[in-house]
Design a protein around this ligand. Structure first.
Ligand code: HEC
Length: 284
């Protein structure tokens, strides 16, 4: 949970860490121009940076920003998102993510978190669908409200057991579609998700590939997204992870928030049932 204490701690740890990174860059520049002393500084600064990151997950800053966005009136209707129904009733955020995707009667559709979020921004705040799905993935200097909101909402399920249901016929249909998609081979390499993710101990470029067909593998993978990606300096959502995998698979890029992604997410989430949700996490 994001508490004021947590945020204060993060301001103490992450902010100086970013300053330290600047110092590292400065020290590297200094090294190029000569003094041996600068080299010592660089190693020292890097060690300090590592330690600071170990003390707190920067994702908590995204969670805090997301909570602010959730509560702030916005859009043509000047309304906050606090009355959004994520499946457990209007305004209930605690534990909602652990039960998504699910069937929503008002939309007559199975939705994942991000589809539902867009739905609420349209219905409650009066945004157009296009406005509500703009900029789903941050790029340098352009933060994403969607990633921040997703960080907050998923954080509200931290410690909750995954509990995705297949009771409504639509939920069953979407799960079956996701399963089919998981095994569907295509593209230039004739790869399916299963080519990389249905075998134990498989690796690609030194990265362990989780076997998503085992309960343990599915739980470990699903319960740790979104994640702060150290290599990207951003919090990335499950949508982004799946984009990345479809790209590796040489499949066409899916439209953001498309039903194909929801189906894959349904398949992965249901297989992770019983696992304790532990996101937003931190990854390479
Ligand atoms: C060409 C191989 C390849 C294919 C095909 C592929 N992936 Fe991946 N997948 C990866 C790699 C590499 C990673 C990152 C592993 C790491 O960073 O340790 C990954 C990571 C993941 C993760 C996160 C695992 C974790 O523990 O963080 C999920 C979930 C996932 N893939 C799902 C899928 C799905 C669903 C598909 C099909 C749409 C798919 N992948 C297709 C290579 C692939």
């Amino acid at each position: 949970m994001v508490t004021v204490r947590n945020i204060r701690r993060l301001r103490r740890t992450v902010a100086p860490a970013l300053v330290a990174l600047g110092a590292v860059a400065a020290a590297v520049t200094a090294t190029l121009s000569g003094p041996a002393l600068a080299q010592d500084n660089t190693a020292e600064e890097i060690a300090k940076y590592r330690q600071m990151l170990a003390e707190g997950n920067p994702a908590e800053l995204w969670e805090a920003a997301g909570e602010e966005l959730w509560k702030k009136p916005a859009g043509p209707k000047n309304a906050s998102l606090e009355q959004c129904d994520l499946g457990k009733g209007p305004g209930v955020t605690k534990g909602a993510y652990a039960e998504l995707p699910r069937y929503f009667k008002d939309a007559n559709k199975v939705m994942d978190l991000e589809q539902r979020l867009a739905y609420c921004r349209v219905t409650l705040q009066g945004l157009t669908q296009e406005e509500a799905t703009k900029n789903p993935f941050a790029s340098q200097g352009k933060p994403s409200d969607i990633e921040r909101l997703a960080a907050f909402l998923t954080g509200e399920s931290r410690g909750v057991k995954m509990n995705v249901q297949l009771t409504h016929p639509e939920e069953k249909r979407v799960y079956a579609l996701g399963q089919k998609m998981f095994f569907y081979r295509g593209g230039a390499y004739d790869f399916a998700c299963a080519t990389c993710h249905a075998v134990d101990g498989q690796r690609i470029r030194l990265q362990d590939l989780p076997n998503l067909m085992t309960q343990k593998g599915a739980q470990a993978a699903y319960t740790t997204w979104p994640a702060y990606r150290v290599s990207q300096g951003e919090v990335r959502t499950m949508q982004h992870r799946l984009y990345d995998c479809l790209r590796q698979q040489r499949f066409p890029e899916p439209a953001y928030g498309s039903d194909v992604i929801t189906a894959l997410t349904m398949f992965l989430a249901k297989n992770a049932n019983g696992g304790t949700y532990d996101g937003p996490n931190m990854k390479r």
